[in-house]
Design a protein around this ligand. Sequence first.
Ligand SMILES: *[C@@H]1O[C@H](CO)[C@@H](O)[C@H](O)[C@H]1NC(C)=O
Ligand SMILES: *[C@@H]1O[C@H](CO)[C@@H](O)[C@H](O)[C@H]1NC(C)=O
Ligand SMILES: *[C@@H]1O[C@H](CO)[C@@H](O)[C@H](O)[C@H]1NC(C)=O
Ligand SMILES: *[C@@H]1O[C@H](CO)[C@@H](O)[C@H](O)[C@H]1NC(C)=O
Ligand SMILES: *[C@@H]1O[C@H](CO)[C@@H](O)[C@H](O)[C@H]1NC(C)=O
Length: 441
Amino acid sequence: MTVLQTSFLSFVTLLGSVSAVALNSTLNSTYTPVAERCGPGTANITCIHRYGSILPPSFSRDPSPAVGYSGTLVPDDDSWANLVPTADFIVFNQDLGLALLGPAPKIYHNYIPLLNVIHEAPMYVPELNKLFIAQYGPPGNLTNIAIDLNTNPPAVEAFTTNPPIYQPAGGTFHDGYIYWAVQGNNLTLPNNLEQRPGIARVDPKTFKAEWLLNNYHGFFFGGLNDLTVDSVGDIWFTDSDYSWGLGLNPSAPQIQLATYRFRPSTGEVQIVDSTLQHPNGIAFSRDGKTLYITDSGLETVGKPGTENKGPGDFYNYPIRIEFTGTNARNIYAFDVERPDGAAGNPVITGKRNIFQSVEGNPDGIKVARNGYLVVATGLSNGVDVLTAEGSLIARIQTKHPVENVAFAGDDYKTIYLVGIGGVTKVEWDLQGPVPGEYFQV
Ligand SMILES: *[C@@H]1O[C@H](CO)[C@@H](O)[C@H](O)[C@H]1NC(C)=O
Ligand SMILES: *[C@@H]1O[C@H](CO)[C@@H](O)[C@H](O)[C@H]1NC(C)=O
Ligand SMILES: *[C@@H]1O[C@H](CO)[C@@H](O)[C@H](O)[C@H]1NC(C)=O
Ligand SMILES: *[C@@H]1O[C@H](CO)[C@@H](O)[C@H](O)[C@H]1NC(C)=O
Ligand SMILES: *[C@@H]1O[C@H](CO)[C@@H](O)[C@H](O)[C@H]1NC(C)=O
């Protein structure tokens, strides 16, 4: 014991002042007040003491995934009820969190109201100063949304591509085109349209659309959920079964839910991972050496006959999404290796779970210019901001569920949070990358 203590002390001494601060703050583990006002007054910002790691033991949180972080009950510490549920921003890491919020963070709740269905695939097209958004449902609806940011308030324009693309779920703006991960599967659509899920691209100026992929060697996909383009032009995408649960696809999946890489120059599609329950959002680190994939296994597509109207009745038509709290709500990071250079087939290795959601499950994920991860929390109200390694910095609390986010504006310091029923706008100091500004392999 003596030996251990001595070596621990000399270890601390060797590490110097950084460890001494950590040790000191460990000693200050008082649990009240857990929450305090902090940061500039342009928004309601609440800092959480030591990540809330010690709460008065009468705390509780309903395990239902529908109960958010702020729905935790902390009856013996008033600071929680007074400052957490009403906060626009929750800060866990005070240094990094207040720095990314900057001197005048602002949130515009429900900035652009939209139909009360899921909205996804937000992408900013700088030359038009427009935000393109995909709309899920109602079943049979072939319309998507462009938000013109040149006017104040922004103008909402519904558009249909030529030919129509039924139910895109995710996407990115690359080389002048909208690339959509498409989930709709239906052979009897309006206008005699027949469609299988896959990848389509659209010219945002003319709305002319063309297909790049619609099958895996004769099987149809379950319903593509999201995609991203790497620096050599390969499209990496996730395939899921939400369209089946949302009534946008009459067919159960024919093949395992998985993540794939598609090479437009050759047409080859290759599976890269099949270990996630529900592969969902997908993004590369700024240097292209890490691939992030979110797993929304928490939300499962129920059996036919289990139709419900969703948590909070946010849908006006039946869906079959069920929630299992013990399923995955994780972000995985993988190393991207290119043993045969840019022309070869890359591999992903070193899978690691770097984050479990604080509420909801991770959905769309975007990487900021400095490498931070900005992650929508699915059918829950908010967005998490993490370091590249998955350390929780801060959380934005919205008044509607957020499925995905898009950086926009001249300096890319505005971010639009899109979800069910609307779009929330945030202005802060965290800068998004310029679309099409790619890392080098
Ligand atoms: C540790 O805490 C003590 C008492 O609060 C303080 O005097 C000392 O300066 C602290 N040390 C460091 C390195 O912060
Ligand atoms: C301990 O933490 C509380 C809450 O953050 C803070 O107000 C207080 O100043 C801290 N005390 C010390 C000695 O650091
Ligand atoms: C902060 O919250 C209070 C109470 O909800 C509200 O009255 C106030 O306008 C908010 N402040 C800002 C800057 O949004
Ligand atoms: C395909 O979509 C049409 C139009 O919404 C709908 O009436 C039909 O039921 C769908 N087909 C299947 C097999 O789901
Ligand atoms: C289809 O979506 C558009 C765009 O949100 C909306 O204006 C329209 O009412 C929808 N149509 C139906 C039948 O729901």
